[in-house]
Design a protein around this ligand. Structure first.
Ligand code: ADP
Length: 457
């Protein structure tokens, strides 16, 4: 069953369900007809019995056996073609038999008040015995009503129903197959499209067209979204690998250059040795930092942390940390928020720390950073404003890109990798937030981070 195609499953289930419903209907119908006809047959037999008894009663209170025999022709007309009637004396000896269409069971003097269904010589019949008392004659009247015609008719009906059921089975299989072919066609086309996409390593455009708003339409929409995401991820990955290799190649080349310099003739020159070692170490430090940041970025993408953080606690913690690490930096916090933010603590710490680091790094004054936390109808807002060098308008749209540096030489001096803001951006986005930046060269920069309020508020 597991290996069956959807079409096969569909065809079989449609055929079986239609067939079973038809069969159930036939069985109900057959037994209803059976019972109804059996009751009618019983009524006919009962009528004949009443008419024969009535006939004798109409002949007067005293009739002899000769009278009865004389009236045989008249009695014959009362009795139906499928019936036999016989009159027996009190000893059970048959005196008169009218019609011989149906057999009688062995005589028994027990009188039944109802017609009984009996099977004699494999023939179904209704049988009844009544006592008769005509004054000069006392005996029994027996009536046997053959159900041969009824059995034949029921057999015909049964055969007809079996034939119809078989036709229904074939027809339902055919309908099931045709329906599944029509309905599964777009699904098959979508499957082919997916196979092709896989074959062309997701670089092929989706050509499959389907406008209906049903499950297949939904599947196509999801598939398109998925494909866009996949190709976007592939592009980003390519770009990332390109950038990483480029960024790492430079320091490696520098280190390599200095080491070969030392290898050739610098070993004995103390000045060259010291300078080369210092540069190499600093380049290695840079590489280390860059690799750490890249790892953080990659780790973030799979994180699974608790989405509740007390922002004031995080800010106070960072303020304390910078006070001891960099006493020249002033961090002013204004927060009246007594609620928690829908972001994990480590993520929020990393976001704010990266922004503070930049505010200190890209600053030619004594760094002063103002952090304010507020809330609007829909968002919690964290603003981080510095008095640094600022960013010109033409660079602003690009600063969140990976490895983007406004001023490569300045960044180099400051030990930046161009990854800090892209980490911030990725984190904010991951928790459904928005990051905005406004800046004025030589005056400072302000980052606004907006996190949506929880939906149950
Ligand atoms: P890095 O990790 O090298 O600092 P970022 O991604 O954090 O790189 O920043 C990208 C660029 O944006 C930096 O090269 C820097 O010129 C500029 N920048 C970032 N933050 C600030 C800021 N607060 N003030 C001025 N320039 C900034």
């Amino acid at each position: 069953m597991n290996n069956w195609t959807l079409q096969k499953k569909w065809t079989y289930s449609a055929a079986i369900s239609i067939f079973i419903s038809f069969l159930a209907m036939c069985i109900i119908l057959y037994f209803s007809i059976f019972n109804w006809m059996l009751i009618s047959e019983k009524k006919i037999a009962q009528n004949t019995l009443n008419e024969v008894v009535g006939f004798f009663e109409s002949r007067g209170p005293i009739i002899s056996i000769q009278d009865i025999q004389r009236n045989k022709t008249l009695l014959n007309q009362l009795v139906n073609q499928e019936q036999s009637v016989r009159i027996l004396n009190s000893d059970g000896i048959e005196i008169l038999r009218i019609n011989d269409a149906s057999d009688f069971p062995n005589f028994s003097s027990e009188v039944a008040f109802e017609f009984e269904l009996q099977n004699i010589n494999n023939k179904l019949l209704y049988h009844n015995t009544a006592e008769i008392d005509f004054g000069s004659f006392v005996g029994y009247l027996e009536i046997s009503h053959s159900l041969q015609n009824f059995s034949q008719l029921m057999n015909y009906i049964l055969i007809a129903m079996i034939i119809f059921a078989l036709i229904a089975l074939v027809l339902s299989a055919f309908i099931g197959y045709s329906l599944s072919t029509i309905l599964l066609k777009p699904l098959k086309e979508l499957r082919d499209e997916m196979q092709e996409a896989n074959q062309y390593k997701f670089s092929k455009e989706i050509t499959f067209q389907y406008t209906n708003n049903d499950e297949i339409g939904e599947l196509l929409t999801i598939y398109k979204q998925l494909m866009n995401e996949v190709s976007e991820t592939i592009t980003k990955q390519d770009e990332f690998i390109h950038n990483v290799s480029h960024e790492l190649r430079t320091p490696i080349q520098v280190v390599e250059g200095h080491l070969s310099l030392l290898n050739r003739w610098g070993k004995n020159d103390k000045i060259v040795l010291e300078e080369s070692l210092e540069i190499s170490l600093s380049e290695i430090q840079k590489m280390k930092k860059m690799i750490e940041e890249m790892l953080k970025l990659a780790k973030r993408e799979n994180s699974n942390e608790v989405l509740e953080t007390d922002v004031s606690k995080v800010l106070l913690g960072l303020q304390k940390k910078y006070k001891s690490l960099k006493p020249e930096v002033t961090i002013i916090i204004a927060s009246d928020l007594d609620e928690v933010l829908p972001v994990p603590q480590t993520a929020l710490e990393q976001i704010i720390q990266n922004l503070i680091d930049n505010a200190i790094k890209y600053n030619e004054n004594k760094p002063e950073i103002n952090i304010e936390v507020t809330k609007s109808n829909l968002y919690y807002v964290i603003s981080i404003e510095d008095n640094g060098v600022g960013i010109s308008q033409k660079h602003l749209p690009k600063i969140f890109e990976r490895f983007y540096k406004v001023d490569a030489s300045r960044t180099k001096i400051k030990g930046g990798s161009g990854l800090g803001l892209s980490i911030v951006h990725a984190l904010v986005k991951e928790y459904n937030g928005i990051i905005k930046v406004e800046s004025k060269e030589h005056y400072g920069t302000k980052f606004n981070i907006l996190f949506p309020k929880m939906t149950n508020e």
